[in-house]
Design a protein around this ligand. Structure first.
Ligand SMILES: NC(=O)c1ccc[n+]([C@@H]2O[C@H](COP(=O)([O-])OP(=O)(O)OC[C@H]3O[C@@H](n4cnc5c(N)ncnc54)[C@H](O)[C@@H]3O)[C@@H](O)[C@H]2O)c1
Length: 484
Protein backbone atom coordinates (compact mmCIF):
# COMPACT_ATOMS: atom_id res chain seq x y z
CA UNK A 1 0.00 0.00 0.00
CA UNK A 2 2.78 2.34 0.98
CA UNK A 3 4.53 1.52 -2.32
CA UNK A 4 1.45 2.47 -4.39
CA UNK A 5 1.08 5.79 -2.60
CA UNK A 6 4.73 6.52 -3.14
CA UNK A 7 4.59 5.66 -6.84
CA UNK A 8 1.40 7.69 -7.30
CA UNK A 9 3.06 10.63 -5.61
CA UNK A 10 6.00 10.36 -7.97
CA UNK A 11 3.79 10.05 -11.04
CA UNK A 12 1.73 13.07 -10.02
CA UNK A 13 4.84 15.12 -9.43
CA UNK A 14 6.29 14.19 -12.85
CA UNK A 15 3.03 15.21 -14.54
CA UNK A 16 3.10 18.51 -12.72
CA UNK A 17 6.68 18.94 -13.77
CA UNK A 18 5.92 18.34 -17.43
CA UNK A 19 3.31 21.09 -17.25
CA UNK A 20 5.67 23.51 -15.59
CA UNK A 21 8.27 22.93 -18.33
CA UNK A 22 6.18 24.75 -20.93
CA UNK A 23 8.21 27.35 -22.78
CA UNK A 24 8.94 30.51 -20.85
CA UNK A 25 10.73 33.22 -22.73
CA UNK A 26 13.78 34.90 -21.33
CA UNK A 27 13.49 38.58 -21.88
CA UNK A 28 16.21 39.70 -24.26
CA UNK A 29 17.80 36.28 -24.72
CA UNK A 30 17.42 36.25 -28.49
CA UNK A 31 18.79 39.68 -29.06
CA UNK A 32 22.03 40.97 -27.70
CA UNK A 33 21.63 43.12 -24.62
CA UNK A 34 23.97 46.03 -24.28
CA UNK A 35 26.33 45.27 -21.39
CA UNK A 36 26.45 47.84 -18.58
CA UNK A 37 29.51 50.08 -18.95
CA UNK A 38 31.81 49.17 -16.04
CA UNK A 39 34.18 52.06 -15.25
CA UNK A 40 37.66 51.46 -13.81
CA UNK A 41 36.41 52.42 -10.33
CA UNK A 42 33.14 50.51 -10.57
CA UNK A 43 32.74 47.16 -8.91
CA UNK A 44 31.95 44.20 -11.16
CA UNK A 45 28.50 42.92 -10.21
CA UNK A 46 28.52 39.15 -10.34
CA UNK A 47 25.91 36.41 -9.88
CA UNK A 48 26.90 32.89 -8.84
CA UNK A 49 24.69 30.23 -10.41
CA UNK A 50 24.68 26.89 -8.57
CA UNK A 51 26.51 26.95 -5.26
CA UNK A 52 25.98 23.89 -3.16
CA UNK A 53 29.47 22.44 -3.56
CA UNK A 54 32.06 24.04 -5.85
CA UNK A 55 29.96 27.18 -6.24
CA UNK A 56 30.60 28.00 -2.57
CA UNK A 57 34.26 28.45 -3.48
CA UNK A 58 33.13 30.92 -6.18
CA UNK A 59 30.94 32.76 -3.66
CA UNK A 60 33.67 32.99 -1.00
CA UNK A 61 36.35 34.04 -3.48
CA UNK A 62 34.31 36.83 -5.11
CA UNK A 63 32.93 38.04 -1.77
CA UNK A 64 36.51 38.54 -0.56
CA UNK A 65 37.49 40.74 -3.53
CA UNK A 66 37.35 44.48 -3.06
CA UNK A 67 36.43 45.24 -6.69
CA UNK A 68 33.54 42.77 -6.92
CA UNK A 69 29.97 42.82 -5.63
CA UNK A 70 28.23 39.47 -5.27
CA UNK A 71 24.92 40.88 -6.42
CA UNK A 72 22.85 37.72 -6.78
CA UNK A 73 22.83 34.02 -6.04
CA UNK A 74 20.82 31.48 -8.01
CA UNK A 75 20.11 27.88 -7.09
CA UNK A 76 16.89 25.88 -7.40
CA UNK A 77 17.66 24.32 -4.04
CA UNK A 78 16.60 26.90 -1.44
CA UNK A 79 18.35 24.78 1.17
CA UNK A 80 21.67 26.02 -0.20
CA UNK A 81 20.84 29.74 0.06
CA UNK A 82 21.48 30.45 3.76
CA UNK A 83 25.12 29.34 3.88
CA UNK A 84 25.94 31.20 0.66
CA UNK A 85 24.33 34.47 1.76
CA UNK A 86 26.19 34.19 5.06
CA UNK A 87 29.48 33.60 3.24
CA UNK A 88 28.92 36.92 1.45
CA UNK A 89 27.83 38.97 4.48
CA UNK A 90 30.63 37.46 6.62
CA UNK A 91 33.04 39.08 4.19
CA UNK A 92 31.51 42.50 4.62
CA UNK A 93 29.24 42.65 1.58
CA UNK A 94 25.47 43.23 1.62
CA UNK A 95 23.18 40.23 1.37
CA UNK A 96 22.72 39.36 -2.31
CA UNK A 97 19.38 38.73 -4.01
CA UNK A 98 18.52 35.00 -4.14
CA UNK A 99 16.54 33.35 -6.96
CA UNK A 100 15.67 29.83 -8.07
CA UNK A 101 15.48 30.41 -11.82
CA UNK A 102 18.63 31.48 -13.66
CA UNK A 103 16.51 33.26 -16.28
CA UNK A 104 15.87 35.95 -13.66
CA UNK A 105 19.66 36.52 -13.59
CA UNK A 106 19.88 36.72 -17.37
CA UNK A 107 17.18 39.40 -17.44
CA UNK A 108 18.84 41.57 -14.82
CA UNK A 109 20.69 44.47 -16.49
CA UNK A 110 22.52 45.19 -13.23
CA UNK A 111 24.50 41.92 -13.46
CA UNK A 112 27.79 42.20 -15.38
CA UNK A 113 29.08 38.64 -15.07
CA UNK A 114 27.95 35.19 -14.02
CA UNK A 115 29.92 32.36 -12.45
CA UNK A 116 28.39 28.97 -13.19
CA UNK A 117 28.85 25.90 -10.95
CA UNK A 118 25.72 23.93 -11.79
CA UNK A 119 25.80 20.26 -12.82
CA UNK A 120 27.49 19.71 -16.20
CA UNK A 121 24.34 19.40 -18.32
CA UNK A 122 23.54 23.08 -17.64
CA UNK A 123 27.00 24.59 -18.26
CA UNK A 124 26.85 25.46 -21.95
CA UNK A 125 23.23 26.60 -22.01
CA UNK A 126 23.60 28.84 -18.96
CA UNK A 127 26.81 30.30 -20.41
CA UNK A 128 25.26 30.91 -23.83
CA UNK A 129 22.16 32.55 -22.37
CA UNK A 130 24.40 34.77 -20.24
CA UNK A 131 26.55 35.83 -23.19
CA UNK A 132 23.44 36.50 -25.27
CA UNK A 133 22.30 38.73 -22.43
CA UNK A 134 25.60 40.66 -22.53
CA UNK A 135 27.27 39.09 -19.50
CA UNK A 136 30.78 37.74 -19.09
CA UNK A 137 31.04 34.13 -17.98
CA UNK A 138 33.15 31.95 -15.73
CA UNK A 139 31.91 28.40 -16.31
CA UNK A 140 33.01 25.36 -14.37
CA UNK A 141 34.67 22.42 -16.04
CA UNK A 142 33.79 20.48 -18.08
CA UNK A 143 32.78 23.47 -20.21
CA UNK A 144 30.22 21.26 -21.93
CA UNK A 145 28.13 18.15 -21.55
CA UNK A 146 28.61 17.10 -25.20
CA UNK A 147 30.86 17.96 -28.15
CA UNK A 148 28.31 20.11 -30.03
CA UNK A 149 27.97 22.51 -27.12
CA UNK A 150 31.65 23.47 -27.26
CA UNK A 151 31.47 24.96 -30.73
CA UNK A 152 28.29 26.83 -29.76
CA UNK A 153 30.02 28.29 -26.70
CA UNK A 154 32.95 29.47 -28.81
CA UNK A 155 30.55 31.06 -31.33
CA UNK A 156 28.61 32.83 -28.59
CA UNK A 157 31.77 34.25 -26.99
CA UNK A 158 32.92 35.57 -30.38
CA UNK A 159 29.55 36.89 -31.51
CA UNK A 160 28.70 38.74 -28.32
CA UNK A 161 32.33 39.68 -27.59
CA UNK A 162 32.15 38.23 -24.12
CA UNK A 163 34.82 36.92 -21.80
CA UNK A 164 34.41 33.18 -21.19
CA UNK A 165 36.79 31.52 -18.75
CA UNK A 166 36.55 27.76 -18.07
CA UNK A 167 37.10 26.50 -14.51
CA UNK A 168 40.25 24.44 -15.13
CA UNK A 169 42.16 26.41 -12.52
CA UNK A 170 45.52 24.66 -13.07
CA UNK A 171 45.88 26.96 -16.06
CA UNK A 172 46.42 29.86 -13.65
CA UNK A 173 49.12 28.11 -11.60
CA UNK A 174 52.47 29.82 -11.99
CA UNK A 175 54.35 26.53 -11.58
CA UNK A 176 52.40 24.81 -14.34
CA UNK A 177 52.57 27.82 -16.66
CA UNK A 178 56.36 27.67 -16.39
CA UNK A 179 56.38 23.88 -16.82
CA UNK A 180 54.26 24.10 -19.96
CA UNK A 181 56.49 26.83 -21.38
CA UNK A 182 59.42 24.45 -20.77
CA UNK A 183 57.65 21.71 -22.77
CA UNK A 184 56.58 24.10 -25.53
CA UNK A 185 60.15 25.38 -25.88
CA UNK A 186 61.17 21.80 -26.73
CA UNK A 187 63.36 21.35 -23.64
CA UNK A 188 62.01 17.81 -23.05
CA UNK A 189 62.67 17.08 -26.73
CA UNK A 190 59.94 15.65 -28.91
CA UNK A 191 56.98 14.53 -26.80
CA UNK A 192 55.53 11.27 -28.07
CA UNK A 193 53.08 10.54 -25.24
CA UNK A 194 51.16 12.45 -22.58
CA UNK A 195 49.42 10.48 -19.89
CA UNK A 196 46.48 11.77 -17.91
CA UNK A 197 45.74 10.00 -14.63
CA UNK A 198 42.58 10.19 -12.60
CA UNK A 199 43.30 7.71 -9.81
CA UNK A 200 40.67 8.79 -7.32
CA UNK A 201 38.72 6.38 -5.16
CA UNK A 202 34.98 6.48 -5.81
CA UNK A 203 32.83 4.38 -3.54
CA UNK A 204 29.50 2.80 -4.41
CA UNK A 205 26.62 5.29 -4.41
CA UNK A 206 24.25 2.56 -3.25
CA UNK A 207 21.18 1.11 -4.87
CA UNK A 208 17.89 2.94 -4.53
CA UNK A 209 15.65 0.11 -5.90
CA UNK A 210 13.26 2.56 -7.55
CA UNK A 211 12.64 6.30 -7.70
CA UNK A 212 13.53 8.51 -4.76
CA UNK A 213 11.86 11.77 -3.78
CA UNK A 214 13.08 15.20 -4.82
CA UNK A 215 14.28 17.09 -1.71
CA UNK A 216 11.64 19.44 -0.30
CA UNK A 217 14.00 22.40 -0.51
CA UNK A 218 14.15 21.82 -4.31
CA UNK A 219 10.44 21.07 -4.87
CA UNK A 220 8.62 20.44 -8.18
CA UNK A 221 9.47 23.81 -9.72
CA UNK A 222 13.06 23.48 -8.58
CA UNK A 223 13.41 19.99 -10.06
CA UNK A 224 12.22 21.28 -13.42
CA UNK A 225 14.94 23.95 -13.26
CA UNK A 226 17.53 21.45 -12.03
CA UNK A 227 16.75 19.11 -14.96
CA UNK A 228 16.80 21.92 -17.53
CA UNK A 229 17.91 20.42 -20.86
CA UNK A 230 17.69 16.83 -19.56
CA UNK A 231 14.58 14.68 -20.00
CA UNK A 232 12.01 14.52 -17.22
CA UNK A 233 12.72 11.36 -15.28
CA UNK A 234 12.31 10.40 -11.66
CA UNK A 235 15.38 10.63 -9.45
CA UNK A 236 17.14 7.26 -9.52
CA UNK A 237 19.77 7.77 -6.83
CA UNK A 238 19.82 8.03 -3.05
CA UNK A 239 21.72 11.29 -2.88
CA UNK A 240 20.11 13.98 -5.04
CA UNK A 241 23.12 16.29 -5.28
CA UNK A 242 26.62 15.46 -6.48
CA UNK A 243 25.96 11.81 -7.47
CA UNK A 244 24.43 13.03 -10.77
CA UNK A 245 28.09 12.89 -11.99
CA UNK A 246 27.60 9.14 -12.56
CA UNK A 247 24.48 9.44 -14.79
CA UNK A 248 24.77 10.13 -18.52
CA UNK A 249 21.85 12.58 -18.61
CA UNK A 250 23.64 15.03 -16.29
CA UNK A 251 27.28 14.07 -15.78
CA UNK A 252 30.19 12.66 -17.78
CA UNK A 253 31.66 10.10 -15.38
CA UNK A 254 34.98 10.70 -13.67
CA UNK A 255 36.81 11.31 -16.94
CA UNK A 256 34.63 14.43 -17.34
CA UNK A 257 34.68 15.27 -13.65
CA UNK A 258 38.11 15.14 -11.98
CA UNK A 259 39.60 13.75 -15.19
CA UNK A 260 38.91 16.77 -17.36
CA UNK A 261 41.48 18.75 -15.35
CA UNK A 262 44.15 16.19 -16.26
CA UNK A 263 42.87 15.90 -19.84
CA UNK A 264 43.28 19.65 -20.08
CA UNK A 265 46.84 19.56 -18.75
CA UNK A 266 47.72 16.69 -21.12
CA UNK A 267 46.49 18.69 -24.13
CA UNK A 268 48.14 21.85 -22.84
CA UNK A 269 51.49 20.05 -22.56
CA UNK A 270 51.15 18.53 -26.02
CA UNK A 271 50.25 22.02 -27.29
CA UNK A 272 47.30 20.60 -29.23
CA UNK A 273 44.30 22.74 -30.08
CA UNK A 274 41.84 20.42 -31.74
CA UNK A 275 40.42 16.92 -31.81
CA UNK A 276 42.56 13.82 -32.41
CA UNK A 277 42.50 11.54 -35.46
CA UNK A 278 41.01 8.62 -33.56
CA UNK A 279 39.76 7.58 -30.14
CA UNK A 280 39.15 4.25 -28.45
CA UNK A 281 38.15 3.62 -24.84
CA UNK A 282 37.54 0.57 -22.69
CA UNK A 283 36.51 -0.08 -19.12
CA UNK A 284 33.59 -0.80 -16.84
CA UNK A 285 31.95 -0.10 -13.51
CA UNK A 286 33.74 -2.65 -11.38
CA UNK A 287 33.82 -3.71 -7.74
CA UNK A 288 30.21 -2.96 -6.79
CA UNK A 289 26.68 -2.85 -8.17
CA UNK A 290 24.95 0.46 -7.59
CA UNK A 291 22.74 3.02 -9.35
CA UNK A 292 25.64 4.66 -11.22
CA UNK A 293 25.82 4.33 -15.02
CA UNK A 294 29.29 5.63 -15.89
CA UNK A 295 32.49 3.55 -15.79
CA UNK A 296 34.66 3.81 -12.66
CA UNK A 297 37.64 2.28 -14.46
CA UNK A 298 38.61 3.28 -17.97
CA UNK A 299 41.50 3.52 -20.40
CA UNK A 300 41.22 5.80 -23.43
CA UNK A 301 43.68 6.29 -26.23
CA UNK A 302 43.72 9.41 -28.42
CA UNK A 303 45.86 9.39 -31.55
CA UNK A 304 47.15 12.77 -32.78
CA UNK A 305 49.35 11.31 -35.51
CA UNK A 306 52.65 12.78 -34.30
CA UNK A 307 51.94 11.94 -30.62
CA UNK A 308 49.32 10.29 -28.45
CA UNK A 309 47.42 10.89 -25.26
CA UNK A 310 46.49 7.97 -23.02
CA UNK A 311 44.05 8.59 -20.20
CA UNK A 312 43.35 6.33 -17.21
CA UNK A 313 40.48 6.52 -14.76
CA UNK A 314 40.71 4.35 -11.65
CA UNK A 315 37.95 4.59 -9.07
CA UNK A 316 39.06 1.52 -7.10
CA UNK A 317 42.05 1.34 -4.77
CA UNK A 318 45.35 1.77 -6.58
CA UNK A 319 49.01 2.68 -6.26
CA UNK A 320 50.33 5.77 -7.99
CA UNK A 321 52.23 5.85 -11.28
CA UNK A 322 55.66 7.53 -11.06
CA UNK A 323 54.47 9.59 -8.09
CA UNK A 324 51.23 10.78 -9.73
CA UNK A 325 47.66 9.79 -8.88
CA UNK A 326 45.63 12.74 -10.11
CA UNK A 327 48.15 14.17 -12.49
CA UNK A 328 50.09 13.85 -15.72
CA UNK A 329 53.24 12.35 -17.18
CA UNK A 330 54.85 13.63 -20.38
CA UNK A 331 57.37 11.45 -22.21
CA UNK A 332 59.89 13.37 -24.33
CA UNK A 333 63.00 12.26 -26.24
CA UNK A 334 65.14 14.05 -23.59
CA UNK A 335 63.32 12.92 -20.46
CA UNK A 336 60.05 12.78 -18.56
CA UNK A 337 57.98 15.39 -16.77
CA UNK A 338 55.65 14.41 -13.92
CA UNK A 339 52.86 16.77 -12.82
CA UNK A 340 51.52 15.30 -9.55
CA UNK A 341 49.02 18.08 -8.76
CA UNK A 342 47.65 21.46 -9.87
CA UNK A 343 50.77 23.50 -9.16
CA UNK A 344 53.90 21.38 -9.36
CA UNK A 345 56.06 19.69 -12.01
CA UNK A 346 59.25 17.63 -11.80
CA UNK A 347 61.49 17.01 -14.80
CA UNK A 348 63.66 13.87 -14.98
CA UNK A 349 66.39 13.18 -17.52
CA UNK A 350 66.57 9.82 -19.27
CA UNK A 351 68.61 8.42 -16.36
CA UNK A 352 65.85 9.28 -13.90
CA UNK A 353 67.74 12.22 -12.34
CA UNK A 354 65.70 15.28 -11.33
CA UNK A 355 66.91 18.16 -13.49
CA UNK A 356 64.25 20.82 -12.89
CA UNK A 357 61.26 21.54 -10.67
CA UNK A 358 58.44 24.04 -10.99
CA UNK A 359 55.95 25.08 -8.33
CA UNK A 360 53.49 27.83 -7.45
CA UNK A 361 49.74 28.40 -7.59
CA UNK A 362 47.58 31.22 -8.90
CA UNK A 363 44.15 32.81 -8.78
CA UNK A 364 41.93 31.73 -11.66
CA UNK A 365 38.99 33.93 -10.59
CA UNK A 366 41.31 36.96 -10.48
CA UNK A 367 42.52 36.26 -14.00
CA UNK A 368 38.87 36.15 -15.16
CA UNK A 369 37.99 39.46 -13.50
CA UNK A 370 41.13 41.18 -14.76
CA UNK A 371 40.15 40.23 -18.31
CA UNK A 372 36.54 41.34 -17.70
CA UNK A 373 38.05 44.77 -17.04
CA UNK A 374 40.77 44.85 -19.70
CA UNK A 375 38.64 43.12 -22.39
CA UNK A 376 41.89 41.53 -23.62
CA UNK A 377 40.60 37.98 -24.03
CA UNK A 378 44.05 36.81 -25.17
CA UNK A 379 45.05 37.19 -21.49
CA UNK A 380 42.52 34.59 -20.32
CA UNK A 381 44.32 31.59 -18.87
CA UNK A 382 41.58 29.04 -19.70
CA UNK A 383 39.76 30.39 -22.74
CA UNK A 384 36.64 28.67 -23.98
CA UNK A 385 38.49 27.04 -26.92
CA UNK A 386 40.78 25.15 -24.52
CA UNK A 387 37.76 24.20 -22.41
CA UNK A 388 35.96 22.88 -25.47
CA UNK A 389 38.80 20.60 -26.59
CA UNK A 390 39.58 19.10 -23.21
CA UNK A 391 35.89 18.42 -22.55
CA UNK A 392 35.39 17.08 -26.10
CA UNK A 393 38.09 14.45 -25.59
CA UNK A 394 36.26 13.19 -22.49
CA UNK A 395 32.99 13.08 -24.43
CA UNK A 396 34.60 11.19 -27.35
CA UNK A 397 36.06 8.59 -24.99
CA UNK A 398 32.62 8.17 -23.43
CA UNK A 399 30.99 7.75 -26.85
CA UNK A 400 33.53 5.08 -27.82
CA UNK A 401 32.93 3.30 -24.51
CA UNK A 402 29.14 3.47 -24.72
CA UNK A 403 29.16 2.03 -28.24
CA UNK A 404 31.39 -0.83 -27.15
CA UNK A 405 30.71 -4.49 -26.58
CA UNK A 406 31.45 -6.76 -23.62
CA UNK A 407 34.71 -8.69 -23.95
CA UNK A 408 36.13 -11.41 -21.71
CA UNK A 409 39.07 -10.09 -19.69
CA UNK A 410 41.12 -13.22 -20.36
CA UNK A 411 41.25 -12.73 -24.15
CA UNK A 412 44.03 -10.42 -25.32
CA UNK A 413 42.49 -7.60 -27.32
CA UNK A 414 43.89 -6.82 -30.75
CA UNK A 415 42.21 -3.40 -30.74
CA UNK A 416 45.37 -1.30 -30.57
CA UNK A 417 47.34 -2.48 -33.62
CA UNK A 418 51.05 -2.03 -32.86
CA UNK A 419 50.56 0.60 -30.15
CA UNK A 420 52.91 -0.71 -27.42
CA UNK A 421 52.01 2.00 -24.88
CA UNK A 422 48.32 1.17 -25.23
CA UNK A 423 48.92 -2.55 -24.59
CA UNK A 424 51.15 -1.74 -21.62
CA UNK A 425 48.40 0.48 -20.19
CA UNK A 426 45.73 -2.19 -20.73
CA UNK A 427 47.96 -4.80 -19.05
CA UNK A 428 48.22 -2.50 -16.00
CA UNK A 429 44.43 -1.97 -16.14
CA UNK A 430 43.95 -5.76 -15.93
CA UNK A 431 46.46 -6.11 -13.11
CA UNK A 432 44.71 -3.29 -11.26
CA UNK A 433 41.37 -5.12 -11.56
CA UNK A 434 42.95 -8.38 -10.37
CA UNK A 435 44.45 -6.49 -7.38
CA UNK A 436 40.91 -5.41 -6.52
CA UNK A 437 39.60 -8.96 -6.58
CA UNK A 438 38.01 -8.88 -10.05
CA UNK A 439 38.30 -12.31 -11.64
CA UNK A 440 40.20 -12.00 -14.91
CA UNK A 441 39.14 -15.50 -15.97
CA UNK A 442 35.41 -14.80 -15.52
CA UNK A 443 35.08 -11.04 -15.76
CA UNK A 444 34.20 -8.91 -18.75
CA UNK A 445 34.82 -5.30 -19.67
CA UNK A 446 33.40 -2.99 -22.30
CA UNK A 447 35.69 -2.63 -25.32
CA UNK A 448 34.75 0.60 -27.06
CA UNK A 449 34.38 1.27 -30.75
CA UNK A 450 37.27 2.97 -32.54
CA UNK A 451 36.08 6.39 -33.67
CA UNK A 452 37.82 8.00 -36.63
CA UNK A 453 37.52 11.76 -36.25
CA UNK A 454 37.28 14.48 -38.87
CA UNK A 455 38.94 17.05 -36.63
CA UNK A 456 38.20 20.02 -38.89
CA UNK A 457 34.46 19.35 -38.97
CA UNK A 458 34.39 17.95 -35.43
CA UNK A 459 32.48 14.91 -36.65
CA UNK A 460 33.02 11.18 -36.51
CA UNK A 461 33.73 9.64 -39.89
CA UNK A 462 31.08 7.31 -41.35
CA UNK A 463 29.41 6.52 -38.04
CA UNK A 464 25.95 8.04 -37.68
CA UNK A 465 25.31 6.29 -34.38
CA UNK A 466 28.38 7.94 -32.89
CA UNK A 467 27.65 11.30 -34.55
CA UNK A 468 24.19 11.35 -32.97
CA UNK A 469 25.93 11.19 -29.58
CA UNK A 470 27.87 14.38 -30.24
CA UNK A 471 24.75 16.22 -29.12
CA UNK A 472 21.57 15.46 -27.15
CA UNK A 473 17.85 15.91 -27.42
CA UNK A 474 17.19 19.14 -25.54
CA UNK A 475 14.01 19.57 -23.55
CA UNK A 476 12.30 22.79 -24.62
CA UNK A 477 12.69 25.56 -23.65
CA UNK A 478 16.14 24.56 -22.37
CA UNK A 479 17.72 24.24 -25.79
CA UNK A 480 21.29 25.02 -26.85
CA UNK A 481 20.53 26.74 -30.15
CA UNK A 482 22.02 25.62 -33.46
CA UNK A 483 22.62 29.32 -34.12
CA UNK A 484 23.72 31.24 -31.10
N1 LIG B 1 37.11 23.42 -10.75
C1 LIG B 1 37.04 22.53 -9.79
O1 LIG B 1 38.03 22.19 -9.15
C2 LIG B 1 35.72 21.91 -9.44
C3 LIG B 1 35.58 21.19 -8.25
C4 LIG B 1 34.33 20.61 -7.96
C5 LIG B 1 33.29 20.73 -8.85
N2 LIG B 1 33.46 21.41 -10.02
C6 LIG B 1 32.35 21.55 -10.99
O2 LIG B 1 31.34 22.34 -10.39
C7 LIG B 1 30.06 21.90 -10.81
C8 LIG B 1 29.18 21.67 -9.59
O3 LIG B 1 29.68 20.58 -8.88
P1 LIG B 1 29.27 20.32 -7.37
O4 LIG B 1 30.13 19.25 -6.86
O5 LIG B 1 29.22 21.61 -6.65
O6 LIG B 1 27.78 19.75 -7.57
P2 LIG B 1 26.54 19.83 -6.55
O7 LIG B 1 25.52 18.92 -7.07
O8 LIG B 1 27.03 19.66 -5.17
O9 LIG B 1 26.06 21.36 -6.67
C9 LIG B 1 25.46 21.85 -7.84
C10 LIG B 1 24.49 22.95 -7.46
O10 LIG B 1 23.93 23.49 -8.67
C11 LIG B 1 22.55 23.68 -8.46
N3 LIG B 1 21.82 23.77 -9.72
C12 LIG B 1 21.29 22.78 -10.49
N4 LIG B 1 20.64 23.30 -11.54
C13 LIG B 1 20.75 24.64 -11.44
C14 LIG B 1 20.24 25.72 -12.19
N5 LIG B 1 19.52 25.51 -13.28
N6 LIG B 1 20.52 26.98 -11.80
C15 LIG B 1 21.25 27.22 -10.67
N7 LIG B 1 21.76 26.22 -9.91
C16 LIG B 1 21.52 24.95 -10.30
C17 LIG B 1 22.14 22.50 -7.61
O11 LIG B 1 20.89 22.71 -6.99
C18 LIG B 1 23.29 22.43 -6.64
O12 LIG B 1 23.08 23.26 -5.52
C19 LIG B 1 30.28 20.65 -11.64
O13 LIG B 1 30.15 20.95 -12.99
C20 LIG B 1 31.69 20.23 -11.32
O14 LIG B 1 32.32 19.60 -12.41
C21 LIG B 1 34.66 22.02 -10.30
Amino acid sequence: MEKITRRKLLEDSLLLLAASALPVSIAGAEERRKPRAVGPNDKIRIAVIGFRGRGMDHVRSYAAMSDVTVAALCDPDEGAWGAAVKAVTDRGQSAPRTVKDLRRIMEDPEIDAVSIATPNHWHALAAIWAMQAGKDVYVEKPATHNVFEGRQLIEAARKYRRVCQVGTQSRSSVGLREAMAYLHAGKLGKISLARGLCYKTRNSIGKSNGPTLVPESVGEDGYNLWLGPAPIKPVMRQRFHYDWHWFWDYGNGDIGNQGVHEMDKALWGLNKRGLPKSVIALGGRFGYEDDGETPNTMVSVFDYGDCQLIFEVRGLKTDDLKGARVGNIYYGSEGTMVVPNYSKAIVYDNDGKVIQEFSGGGDHYRNFLDVCRSRKTADLNAPVEAGHYSAALCHLANISYRLGKPQPLNVKSQAFGDNKEAYETVARFEQHLADNGISLSEGTYQLGRTLQIDARREKIVRDEEANAMLTREYRAPFVVPARV
